[in-house]
Write a protein of this length. Structure first.
Ligand code: HEC
Ligand code: HEC
Ligand code: HEC
Ligand code: HEC
Ligand code: HEC
Length: 449
């Protein structure tokens, strides 16, 4: 045989295998043992401050957190058992939520209450034993994992550690490192998480502001007990949507009228400007299928009567998913739950006519889904980009019985981590769907007698 066809075919084979591997990773699965990794408690003896910060963050709870446990066992594991197309889907979850379990082939891991090492979730070792990524784009846990006493990090500091070797890794100071787990492609190839890709498209990447600058902020501190003080020690805060303080004021609101006076039976148009001043990616980002952000506008007349204002339609494609309605959705949960006639639950359960900032995910049948692994396509992306300002208008046809005097109009932006009807249906603790007010602003006009 000539050399050329061999080269051609082996190139083709490499292409095919690398493509498959990048979609559903198999290499390194079961290649390690839990014992190859140290427990966070060991790192704590010298890195106590970082340990305490990490312990409070979602990173240390990625496997044990109640909603994760419910979605993993009741929906993902169950789905992989009763739909052959989904047979491996529950393995992928562990690749990001408890990488040591995936690397040890312990899938599905014991339930959190059994106290296994899978509970360590995204631990110190997971991040500091990553020496690179497979391919160019970071997604679907395509880390190259090592084990042993060489830790990878961005600094080769002034102090040597008595405990381990330190190797400088530029990857650790870049957003790409975070993209390993914060970008995710579904079984059907849809980008169901794209935080790092959103960041890359936005203004912050161009200014060199990394994820670390907002989620691992720099302070003048020691990084280890016997170490020195650095002016830019990287705190392990990892605070995100589960931190009310991080959410507060993410979006700034201003509402203005088009007229200063009107009469009962008259018309006034209110414009709300929503400015994303805090996030480096879109808002919401990450688990976009779960999160819900909505704008509620009310007018109150001099006598205390309240009128709910509905958002004016803009007539873009897919807009129906961005205006609250009484539709039902999430029927595909019926498959893992073995309820073939499941009618779904309310799509959002927020006041009908309010504007929702979201991107809907659709299952293979074209129905809205919250099971991100079962997502075949994405709908209109009506989220608020980094430093973007969106304008929404509300036309108010004043009723004849409105009281003369001051008319106060208030715009409120509300947020829930999880759509309420889904939380209630799956018995998720209420804190996951409690309303968090992001911001509010009011204006006044006069109703002439
Ligand atoms: C300019 C500051 C800034 C930068 C840069 C930034 N973020 Fe954020 N991030 C925020 C703020 C503020 C929030 C809280 C609001 C929210 O949930 O989006 C947040 C939220 C998050 C959340 C929680 C989302 C959720 O709904 O659970 C994750 C995860 C996250 N960021 C990861 C990243 C990653 C990964 C990068 C880099 C690719 C990054 N962030 C860059 C400010 C930033
Ligand atoms: C016996 C003490 C000790 C223990 C235990 C220890 N370290 Fe360290 N580590 C140090 C010291 C000292 C430094 C250097 C600090 C400095 O530069 O001032 C360090 C630095 C680091 C760095 C930063 C490298 C750099 O300079 O950017 C990382 C990452 C790290 N350790 C990870 C770990 C992890 C993960 C564990 C647990 C598996 C661990 N360490 C356990 C003492 C320790
Ligand atoms: C989600 C990944 C992740 C986890 C989990 C994590 N780290 Fe880090 N750590 C990083 C990254 C990324 C950096 C470098 C940040 C940078 O350069 O901007 C870092 C830096 C460090 C440093 C050096 C700080 C400095 O300023 O040079 C130490 C020490 C460290 N980590 C120890 C730990 C310990 C101990 C734990 C567990 C309690 C831990 N890390 C958990 C990602 C992680
Ligand atoms: C090995 C995978 C992995 C890597 C690498 C990783 N993360 Fe995460 N991160 C997760 C998982 C899984 C969660 C979700 C925890 C949960 O279940 O809510 C998470 C949660 C978070 C949250 C909290 C979100 C919330 O809802 O409050 C922030 C913020 C965050 N990560 C930022 C980062 C940043 C910044 C980096 C890079 C320095 C990074 N992550 C790297 C896996 C990872
Ligand atoms: C490519 C990595 C990756 C894979 C694969 C993955 N996740 Fe996640 N998951 C994350 C990250 C990162 C977050 C948190 C970031 C965010 O919400 O912005 C998260 C968030 C979640 C949340 C929301 C947590 C909360 O507190 O609101 C649930 C539930 C969840 N994942 C379950 C699953 C299940 C079940 C699977 C498997 C079918 C899975 N994940 C697969 C990375 C991943």
């Amino acid at each position: 045989m000539e050399l050329k066809p061999i080269l051609f075919f082996s190139a083709l084979l490499i292409l095919i295998t690398s493509f498959v591997a990048s979609e559903v990773r198999k290499d390194q699965f079961g290649e390690f043992k839990y014992d190859d990794f140290d427990k966070p408690g060991k790192c704590k003896t010298c890195h106590n401050a970082f340990y305490q910060q990490w312990k409070q963050s979602m990173m240390s709870k990625a496997y044990t957190h109640h909603w994760d446990e419910i979605e993993y066992f009741q929906l993902a594991v169950a789905h992989s058992e009763n739909d052959p197309e989904m047979a491996k889907v529950h393995e992928g979850c562990n690749g990001c939520h408890t990488p040591m379990a995936w690397l040890s082939g312990d899938v599905p891991p014991p339930k959190p209450e059994e106290g296994s090492r899978a509970n360590e979730s995204v631990s110190c070792e997971v991040c500091h034993l990553i020496k690179g990524i497979n391919g160019d784009t970071a997604f679907n846990f395509n880390y190259i994992m090592t084990s042993g006493d060489t830790k990878y990090s961005s600094r080769k500091g002034e102090t040597d550690s008595p405990e381990h070797k330190i190797v400088r890794s530029k990857l650790h100071s870049s957003a790409k490192f975070c993209g390993i787990c914060h970008n995710e492609k579904s079984t059907f190839g849809a980008w169901v998480k794209s935080t790092q890709l959103e960041w890359e498209e936005g203004p912050y990447s161009k200014e060199g502001v990394q994820c670390q600058d907002c989620h691992m902020t720099e302070a003048n501190s020691r990084t280890a007990r016997m170490g020195v003080k650095y002016p830019d020690a990287k705190l392990h805060l990892f605070h995100g949507a589960h931190d009310p303080g991080k959410l507060n004021g993410v979006i700034e609101l201003r509402v203005q009228p088009d007229v200063n006076e009107t009469v009962p039976g008259g018309v006034a148009v209110f414009t709300v400007a929503l400015f994303n001043q805090k996030t480096g990616h879109k808002f919401p980002t990450g688990s976009v299928e779960d999160r819900i952000v909505w704008l509620h506008v009310e007018a109150e007349d001099e006598k205390g009567n309240i009128y709910h204002l509905k958002v004016d339609k803009k007539e873009f494609e897919g807009e129906e998913y961005t205006i609250a309605s009484n539709e039902l959705a999430y029927q595909d949960m019926g498959v893992p739950l073995q309820k073939p006639d499941f009618k779904g639950v309310k799509r959002e359960d927020v006041p009908v006519g309010d504007r929702i900032f979201r991107m809907p995910y659709f299952d293979p049948q074209g129905r809205m889904t919250l099971m991100q692994w079962n997502t075949k396509s994405l709908g209109v992306d009506y989220r608020i980009g980094p430093r973007e300002t969106k304008l929404e208008t509300f036309t108010f046809n004043l009723p004849y019985e409105v009281a003369p005097g001051k008319l106060k109009v208030t715009a409120v932006l509300n947020y829930r981590l999880l759509v309420k009807p889904v939380g209630e249906f799956l018995n998720v603790p209420e804190e996951e769907y409690a309303i968090h007010e992001i911001n509010r602003h009011s204006t006044e006009i006069t109703v002439l007698p």
